[in-house]
Design a protein around this ligand. Structure first.
Ligand SMILES: Cc1cc2nc3c(=O)[nH]c(=O)nc-3n(C[C@H](O)[C@H](O)[C@H](O)COP(=O)(O)OP(=O)(O)OC[C@H]3O[C@@H](n4cnc5c(N)ncnc54)[C@H](O)[C@@H]3O)c2cc1C
Ligand code: SF4
Length: 501
């Protein structure tokens, strides 16, 4: 079968058998499934979400896309504990997983992060040289290319100008695109099949090699015999989205790739892994954005959504990244209500935007609830809290240096501020519960490590103490990366697939 099969309308139980069953069809799962199928194994991929074509993605308004393709309509929250901001954590829930929603940004794992993994965490094979071939393989498969300067939006150009005047240098971004026309819809799925997400780059190759890929399949538990994983079970999801028929896949090997938000839940519901480690130490790359109003038109939605980044602040744990959102979404984020909001929203054509993420410590924990989604808590480390004002200042100062009239900061209840008002603002004294914060990068909730006492899986992705059960998604990434993670996840998944016995 060379197409995704849907379990939605099945009027029977779905009972299958395979060499390898992969739970989750996102960045990690699709890579392992393809690599194993290309070796001649019978592979079954089970995905909870639907399959969404480019045409359908193109026909949906952003608000429709949020409901159909994003998990929980993009309202997923990690609740801030203590003096921490609450963080809106977004994920994809469809064939291709979150890779369908990316801005296509591709970074290799930074060298200093790999150095930490090898020297401090003793993950000895994760050297720059050791990982090079896996990165190369993935980059070829998903067509990573540098965004040409002429595709930079005016929003990004203005930021680059201001950044340079404040001593920061913008670098060109690399993205997994082929034939991108810069329409700027990436985060709602590419309508032109130009973003090489795994539903386009990997899964078709897996299916051509005989893999079965099923949508509307919710896995609830790993089946085991003693210390061996022998398959998974769950429910198909019917037309109303509710659990419907029984789902069982018998397999010699189980690969969990349900993402950092859900893989720990599957481990817990199956009684696997050490409870004090599973679902804890999750990092999020807490992200912040600053908008800036200019006198001249910006039309920041024209051009590649993400085309430049600034790495000069990495020693302070900060990476600055270009971003933008469609005009309708932008209008709704402007402050004020009634006439004040209307007046602010009138300026959207004159707004530029830039963002930044923190290379955070693992302060997140996930807990099972009676419902489908976990309860997520996040306690931000004091070190990371102290970095938020630095990040916001770097963004705002760059925009002022480029001639911005006023900036809109990620602070709830704060109106636009001009340069004088900004200079007077005591950012350090703003309580964390007023800081607007978002994350697209949950990682590290079932970490890989060299020692079973401190980690959930071994350096090859195999669950400690359990045969034939692997994890190959963002949950095993052992520290935050400080850069967008899809390429790292895919390279690690490639290595895991290579080393499976
Ligand atoms: C809006 C957005 C923009 C992003 N932009 C970038 C970017 O530009 N560059 C970058 O590097 N990264 C980006 N990311 C992050 C990147 O997409 C993720 O880090 C990566 O896709 C995670 O891979 P994964 O395999 O861990 O999980 P996912 O890709 O999220 O895949 C997990 C899949 O498992 C499915 N699933 C979960 N539980 C079950 C279950 N019980 N049964 C069956 N299926 C299940 C989910 O529905 C999902 O499809 C972005 C993410 C988002 C949300
Ligand atoms: S900007 Fe390029 S990759 Fe993004 S949605 Fe448009 S065509 Fe696709």
């Amino acid at each position: 079968m060379s197409q995704v099969q849907s379990a939605r309308d099945l009027d029977r139980d779905l009972i299958l058998s395979a060499d390898t069953v992969v739970v989750g069809s996102g960045a990690g799962g699709a890579v392992v499934a393809t690599e194993r199928a290309l070796r001649g194994e019978r592979v079954v991929v089970l995905e909870e979400g639907p399959s969404v074509s480019a045409a359908l993605l193109g026909s949906m308004r952003p608000s429709e896309s949020l409901r159909h393709v994003w998990r929980d309509g993009a309202f997923t929250l990690a609740i801030g504990v203590g003096d921490s901001p609450s963080i809106n954590v977004t994920m994809g829930r469809c064939i291709g997983g979150s890779s369908v929603l990316t801005g296509a940004v591709c970074f290799r794992t930074p060298d200093h992060v790999l150095d930490h993994w090898t020297s401090v965490l003793k993950l000895r094979d994760y050297t720059e040289r050791g990982m090079d071939r896996y990165f190369e393989r993935v980059e070829k498969a998903i067509h990573v290319e540098e965004v040409p300067a002429e595709m930079r939006s005016r929003s990004t150009q203005l930021f680059a100008l201001g950044a340079r005047r404040t001593g920061l240098e913008m670098q060109p971004m690399r993205r997994n695109t082929r034939g991108c026309n810069g329409c700027g819809r990436c985060n709602f799925g590419c309508p032109h099949q130009a973003k090489m997400s795994v539903d386009l780059s990997y899964l078709p190759r897996a299916m051509a090699a005989g893999a079965e890929v099923w949508s509307h399949c919710l896995v609830q538990r790993v089946l085991r015999k003693g210390d061996r994983a022998v398959g998974v079970e769950g429910r198909t999801l019917g037309p109303d989205g509710r659990p419907s028929r029984r789902l069982v896949v018998h397999a010699r090997r189980v690969v969990l790739a349900a993402g950092a938000w859900h893989t720990p839940l599957l481990l817990r519901s199956s009684g696997l892994g050490r409870p004090e480690l599973v679902g804890h130490r999750m990092t999020l790359h807490p992200g912040f954005r600053v908008l800036a109003r200019f006198d001249s038109p910006v039309q920041g939605w024209q051009g590649a959504l993400q085309s430049g980044w600034v790495g000069d602040l990495e020693p302070q744990g900060i990476t600055l990244l270009s971003l933008f959102v469609p005009p309708g979404v932008l209008g709704s984020t402007m402050p004020g209500v009634g006439p004040e909001h209307t007046s602010n929203a009138r300026h959207i054509g004159h707004l530029a935007m830039f963002g930044g993420i923190l290379h955070d410590e693992g302060g997140g924990s996930l807990y099972r609830t009676p419902g489908r989604e976990p309860l997520a808590l996040y306690r931000m480390a004091p070190r990371d809290r102290a970095r938020i004002p630095t990040l916001i200042r770097a963004l705002a100062r760059s925009f002022f240096a480029a001639g911005a009239r006023e900036v809109f900061l990620p602070v709830l209840g704060l109106r636009g501020v001009d340069a004088d008002a900004f200079a007077r603002l005591d950012l350090e004294r703003i309580p964390m519960n007023r800081i607007e914060c978002a994350s697209q990068h949950p990682l590290g909730s079932a970490q890989m490590g060299a020692f079973p006492e401190h980690s959930v899986v071994d350096p090859d992705g195999k669950l400690w103490g359990m045969d034939s059960l692997y994890i190959a998604d963002g949950s095993i990434v052992p520290t935050s990366l400080g850069v967008n993670p899809q390429l790292s996840i895919m390279a690690i998944a490639t290595r895991i697939a290579d080393r499976m016995r």
